[in-house]
Design a protein around this ligand. Structure first.
Ligand SMILES: C[S@@+](CC[C@H](N)C(=O)[O-])C[C@H]1O[C@@H](n2cnc3c(N)ncnc32)[C@H](O)[C@@H]1O
Length: 245
């Protein structure tokens, strides 16, 4: 049972390392308190509070992005989906709750342990049957899938929130797997705001390392005629790619 102090801490985005891209932290807190937390499903709240206590909590999808994904999936009537990068499963649960009873999520992560931390909450919410979890690097799985024509155009929605240095490799494969009219969402495309930092800016090591990959991805997506794109400043930046050919 979380104490009041723990509950307060997990609802203050600064405490879980959330990087609002809004100029004002107060404004972001306002969004969370007025329209996200009051409408957050109980299971997502429980998972968010559980994740806030984990040492790597900075990795979790933010509550406002979870709410966005949940609505987006309903808007596009998604049924067959994929997620690369699960961690404790906040975005996975947002997805699972949005899908119909016979909806499916192929979820991949190199770390099963973190997925299993959140799994009891997902089970309690009654949506675990929609999830097929595969432990291991996603790229070889995608390679196998691309070899089989029955997977081509099979996905309504794919969410990518994993190793940023592989996003372009994922894109080469995912574009075959998502249906025409379907969506791929690439997370962290504003990468802590570092995409506009001057070359000598004092960036944390991992932010600096992945920045060039994110910049390269953003350029490539903007130039890809097979997709329409929309980059949203939600969470750490999410680029939606709608396959058009
Ligand atoms: C930012 S976290 C994902 C957050 C998650 N979407 C959520 O809602 O909390 C990134 C995840 O990608 C996973 N990951 C890193 N490299 C990967 C790879 N090559 N294949 C699959 N997953 C990978 C990490 O283990 C980590 O759990």
């Amino acid at each position: 049972m979380a104490t009041n102090v723990e509950q307060q801490q997990s609802s203050r985005h600064q405490e879980v390392g959330h990087k609002s891209l809004l100029q004002s932290d107060a404004l972001y807190q306002y969004i969370l308190e007025t329209s996200v937390y009051p409408r957050e499903p109980e299971a997502m709240k429980e998972l968010r509070e559980l994740t806030a206590k984990h040492p790597w909590n900075i990795m979790t999808t933010s509550a406002d992005e979870g709410q966005f994904l949940n609505m987006l999936l309903k808007l596009i009537n998604a049924k067959n989906t994929m997620e690369i990068g699960v961690y404790t499963g906040y975005s996975l649960l947002a997805t699972a709750l949005a899908l119909p009873e016979d909806g499916k999520i192929l979820a991949m992560d190199i770390n099963r342990e973190n997925y299993e931390l959140g799994l009891p909450v997902i089970q309690k919410a009654g949506v675990a049957h929609k999830i097929e979890f595969k432990e291991g690097p996603a790229l070889p799985v995608l390679d196998l899938m691309v070899e089989d024509a029955k997977n081509h155009g099979a996905y309504d929605f794919i969410f990518v929130d994993a190793d940023k240095d592989n996003y372009l490799n994922y894109h080469k494969r995912l574009i075959e797997l998502v249906k025409v009219g379907g969506l791929i969402g690439y997370d962290n495309t504003l990468w802590n705001g570092s995409v506009v930092a001057p070359p000598d800016a004092p960036l944390r090591k991992y932010v600096r390392y992945y920045r060039d990959f994110v910049l390269e991805l953003n350029k490539a997506l903007a130039a890809d005629p097979r997709i329409e794109i929309c980059m949203l400043p939600v969470g750490d930046g999410i680029t939606l790619c709608r396959r058009v050919s």
